[in-house]
Design a protein around this ligand. Structure first.
Ligand code: PEP
Ligand code: MN
Length: 336
């Protein structure tokens, strides 16, 4: 971090700024030019209260050099992280496909879907038992009963399960039945949940909030990492823009951006990012071509009867075609 003093700052202002920095336990490196004085701060700047420094007399502005997220950044870990869930490795050469219904609705529905997505080539099963719905009157999920059915579907297919947790007091139960926690878009900045999921050490799929910047998203990941959880996977699920033709707008840019800034794997959710079954195949191809490590896709045996997110749910046949398309794109970019 560097403090740039105003051109009319006097010696007293400079000394006060140096005094304040030293009082916070940091070293300084003073550079007095003809027109400007610049104070370099020595030490890890992330814990430093830079806004306080900007208020000091004679200070023009404070320039941050390091990213505010440390553990999530490639500055701290240049090699890529691979998150292992059983025999599935997310972030390696192989594209990972997670598929399943938006919500677990019944034993028949989840077992039929799990078997179908496995047959089509999925590596993991998704399905919500706790559903964050925009309306309090909409189907809220089957809670523990749904978790038990997910565990049964895993037993039947061997597919590891990812499912959403919405509150810290649900964590223990959700961990008991799942292989990976999903922290949804609406909870990306639920700090008590991030802290508790971080401490749990259970793998986490962290969705991007629908109006979160990449930096806010990586800061949310930093909460998980700084609480001791290294098994974090990011998921771009579309952001809210002025466009209303689709449910959200898939931020394809975010894929190379996050891969540049962070060592964490990145998945794309084309279901929530488009909101319509007919757009999922093209956005899946685009996501893999742009460098995503995999996809999480909603699949329902009877989308027209789904209790949530029917319009964006693929039939097992349509999903199978998406997997075929992804296979072809993966080959073009040297992945499997
Ligand atoms: C979901 O995966 O069904 C879901 C609610 O996702 P998001 O948090 O991305 O809206
Ligand atoms: Mn959904």
């Amino acid at each position: 971090m560097v403090i740039v003093m105003q051109d009319h700052a006097n010696q007293e202002d400079i000394e006060e700024a140096i005094h304040q920095v030293k009082a916070m336990g940091y070293g300084v490196n003073l550079s007095q030019g003809d027109e400007r004085t610049v104070i370099g701060i020595l030490g890890d700047e992330r814990a430093l209260d830079w806004e306080h420094l900007e208020l000091l007399p004679g200070v023009e502005h404070v320039v941050r050099i390091l990213k505010p997220y440390k553990l999530a950044s490639r500055e701290s870990r240049p090699e890529r992280t691979i998150v292992r869930i059983g025999s599935v490795a997310i972030g390696g050469n192989e594209i990972v496909i997670i598929a399943g219904p938006c919500a677990v609705e019944s034993r028949e529905q989840i077992l039929e879907t799990a078997k179908a997505v496995k047959k089509a080539g999925a590596h993991m099963l998704r399905g919500g038992a706790f559903k964050p719905r925009s309306s309090p009157y909409a189907f809220q999920g089957m809670a523990e009963e749904g978790l038990k059915l997910l565990a049964e579907a895993r037993e039947a297919t061997g597919l590891p399960v990812v499912t959403e947790v919405m509150a810290p007091d649900q964590l223990e139960m959700v961990i008991q039945y799942s292989d990976m926690l999903q922290i949804g878009a609406r909870n990306m900045q639920n700090y008590p949940l991030l802290q508790a999921a971080g401490k749990s050490g259970h793998p986490v799929l962290l969705k991007r909030g629908n109006s979160a910047t990449v930096e806010e998203w990586l800061m949310a990941a930093e909460y998980l990492l700084s609480n001791g959880n290294t098994r974090v996977v990011l998921c771009e699920r579309g952001i809210r823009t002025f466009e209303t033709a689709t449910r959200n707008t898939t931020d394809i840019n975010a894929i190379p951006v996050v891969k540049h800034l962070s060592h964490l794997p990145v998945l794309v959710d084309p279901s929530h990012s488009t909101g319509r079954d007919e757009y999922i195949e093209s956005i899946s191809r685009a996501a893999i071509a742009a460098g995503a490590d995999g996809l999480i896709v909603e699949v329902h045996p009877h989308p027209e009867a789904a209790l949530s997110d029917g319009p964006q749910s693929l039939t097992p046949d349509a999903f199978s075609e998406v997997v075929n398309q992804v296979r072809r794109i993966a080959a073009v970019i040297g992945r499997s």
